[in-house]
Design a protein around this ligand. Structure first.
Ligand SMILES: [Zn+2]
Length: 477
């Protein structure tokens, strides 16, 4: 079967290996071309005879083709003419938009599953204690591992909520990992772990990134946002002084950057959204995270403001934030996205599992089998997730003219095997191992179940070594 990347893959793997061997010091602006060099070219290909879920007005099309060229979806339909495009066999495959992740502390993927069972080793304490010992290279290692896992799992967009920027080079190292991966991403600039609430984030550094963004993301795959601490901050004992949180949000809005803020947690959660609204700061450019404890009035305030919500049921359940309120948000017509949040708590970044727990939690709360249909959940992970991130016009569905972010799921896996309702299969049965192909902005980054542009062995080994060194440095168990 002819494939567009066969000739170049060996070369790409060599390039990736050479890049890994060249060292992983945070490169800053100079490293931009180095990372981009390791990515495959955007070719022209056509997937033939697949079951295509457009997640758009066209609905599902059986025995359909998807034609991609130069990073764009050229056409979706049956028996497409695609002269010159390499053919990819889509039989027994479901092709759908790439999964859109909407809030993930990617740096702490280096601390996978390290939230302990006792208060001394709980999520917030572990993150703060170990986070303060992170080097810039640890940021790179954690985020690069997260990027590899994302692509492997069929995630084509991530929202990298970076809340351990201890120095400008930490932000550079994190962005470098995103840029090299080929993912579509929003990088949201946040405070450092352990930073006192009386100190604001480095607004000059945020401005530096904004002003240099074209160099940091030459192909436009990355965007910049603010990971805002809100009014509560990291320390539950004290609030952030208004002059600091207003300066932070004001700087982001002056630069035209979207804002994301946690609105729930182990801290007193009720009234957080209300406080943001009362301060006149709630806006269409804002994403609220979790909101498990949002009151009916707060949900209405979010809807009226045109803001979005990101939920992460696995971490919310694991840490004890309570049950999600997905149905209530959807009834209020709030754009909702699904998120990984942190693999320190969830263990992995399996968006299929996140879809499944999202459906199951809502039906469990409502005590009916029929509250949240699988197809609705699939929309949260694709088209609506993209809309919640403000990129719905660009990606999130398969339609001519949109950027080519798509995945192909092999239904011949032993955990699938029969072809029933495709939305039900994806939400209840599919797992990352079934993801045969991942395309981001027209680049084939996973094919035949293997990553094409990342040396996974080198990435895993470097992350494992960084984790051991970090724990030693921090005198951590
Ligand atoms: Zn979070």
């Amino acid at each position: 079967m002819p494939r567009p990347t066969v000739m170049s893959r060996r070369h790409l793997l060599r390039a990736a290996a050479a890049l890994a061997a060249s060292g992983v010091a945070p490169g800053g602006f100079a490293a931009a071309s180095q990372g981009a060099g390791a990515l495959p070219a955007r070719g022209a290909f056509v997937i033939r005879n697949a079951y295509v879920m457009t997640m758009d007005e066209a609905g599902d099309i059986a025995n359909a083709d998807v034609h991609v060229a130069n990073g764009v979806i050229v056409a979706v339909g049956q028996n497409l003419r695609a002269p010159g495009a390499a053919a990819i066999d889509g039989q027994a495959m479901i092709v759908l938009p790439g999964l859109v992740e909407t809030h993930w502390h990617m740096w702490n993927t280096l601390l996978r599953s390290m939230s302990g069972d006792k208060p001394d080793f709980g999520y917030f304490r572990s993150t703060a204690m170990l986070g303060q010992k992170f080097s810039a290279d640890d940021m790179y290692q954690g985020t690069r591992l997260a990027c590899a896992e994302a692509i492997n799992n069929g995630i084509t967009h991530v929202h990298d909520w970076c809340h351990n920027i201890r120095d400008p080079e930490y932000a550079d190292a994190d962005i470098k990992a995103l840029r090299e991966s080929g993912l579509r991403a929003r990088f949201s600039y946040g405070a450092a772990q352990g930073m006192p609430n009386t100190k604001g984030i480095d607004l000059a550094d945020l401005t530096r990134l904004h002003d240099n963004w074209a160099k940091l993301s030459p192909d436009g795959l990355l965007t910049l946002g603010l990971a805002w601490r809100g009014q509560g901050g990291n320390n539950p004992a004290t609030a952030i002084p208004p002059d600091i949180y207003i300066a932070e949000i004001g700087a982001a809005r002056k630069l035209g950057l979207p804002i994301s803020v946690h609105a729930s947690g182990s801290r007193p959660a009720i009234g957080q959204i209300d406080a943001i609204a009362k301060a006149g700061l709630l806006g269409k450019d804002m994403q609220l995270i979790h909101a498990n404890k949002a009151s009916a009035d707060e949900i209405k305030a979010v809807a009226d403001a045109g803001a979005s919500i990101s939920i992460s049921p696995y971490t919310e359940l694991r840490i004890g934030f309570g049950l999600p309120q997905t149905t209530k948000f959807l009834e209020a017509k709030i754009p909702v996205g699904l998120s990984v949040d942190t693999v320190e708590l969830s263990g992995n970044a399996d968006m299929f599992g996140i879809m499944k727990v999202t459906q199951n939690a809502e039906n469990g709360i409502a005590e009916t089998e029929f509250t949240l249909p699988a197809r609705r959940v699939l929309a949260l992970a694709t088209s609506e997730g993209a809309r919640s991130m403000g990129i719905g016009g660009q990606t999130g569905s398969l339609k001519a003219g949109k950027r080519a972010d798509l995945i192909m799921v092999n239904t011949r896996g032993i955990n699938l095997g029969v072809f029933g309702d495709p939305a039900h299969m994806l939400v209840t049965a599919a797992e990352p191992a079934n993801v045969d192909m991942v395309v981001i902005d027209g680049r084939i980054l996973k094919r035949n179940g293997k990553l094409t542009a990342m040396n996974t062995q080198a990435i895993v080994q470097a992350a494992a070594a960084a984790n051991v060194a970090l724990r030693k440095r921090a005198n951590w168990w």
